[in-house]
Design a binder for this molecule. Structure first.
Ligand code: FES
Length: 171
């Protein structure tokens, strides 16, 4: 990833432009869907989300309308059209974690912490994604993986509150 793009601040489109020119050649209509999805995945890998400037560049490059690009961005839940929070949590939703209460944590995130449909808390401190598999540390269930390296296990409502408070303190 180049760096997280911040909404409202200029982003460096050059890395995306190079990737588009090398690997995403405008072709016929049938292939456009695959190309748009692939190009948007590259943009999200580079910037952490798909900024409007990147979506416009992709549309221009592939010769499709911006509405077609946004149609796909909003159709696929994996794409982000807003910057992610400062921290990221994979919430494990495998069988052991589900039984241990992961679903209750998800409800709590939505109700008490007002997590929105993209998994973001309103103050931008945390983005949460459900991991529909097993993180491989079932003995810690229910567990989340924070910022792709730290396992946060035994998460109950108090533990979740403590985690969010800690992240807010750390900034
Ligand atoms: S089911 Fe969550 S770590 Fe295995």
């Amino acid at each position: 990833m180049v760096s997280k793009a911040v909404a409202g601040q200029p982003i460096d489109l050059e890395p995306l432009r190079v990737i588009l020119q090398e690997r995403f050649r405008p072709r016929d209509h049938e292939e456009a869907l695959e190309l748009i999805v692939g190009a948007c995945q590259e943009a999200q890998r580079l910037y952490g989300w798909v900024p409007p400037e990147a979506a416009e560049l992709i549309a221009d490059h592939l010769g499709v309308t911006i509405n077609r690009v946004y149609g796909l961005l909003t159709f696929y839940a994996d794409f982000r059209t807003r910057p992610p929070g400062r921290h990221f949590l994979w919430l494990c939703y495998g069988a052991a974690c589900y039984v241990a209460g992961a679903h209750r944590l998800l409800e709590l995130l939505r109700s008490r912490y007002r997590m929105d449909d993209q998994g973001d808390l309103p103050d931008g401190v945390l983005s949460v994604n459900v991991f529909n598999g097993c993180l491989g540390v079932c003995d810690l269930a229910p567990v989340g993986q924070l910022d792709h390296h730290e396992y946060v296990g035994g998460l109950d409502p108090d533990g979740l509150r403590g985690l969010i408070e800690r992240l807010r303190r750390e900034g």
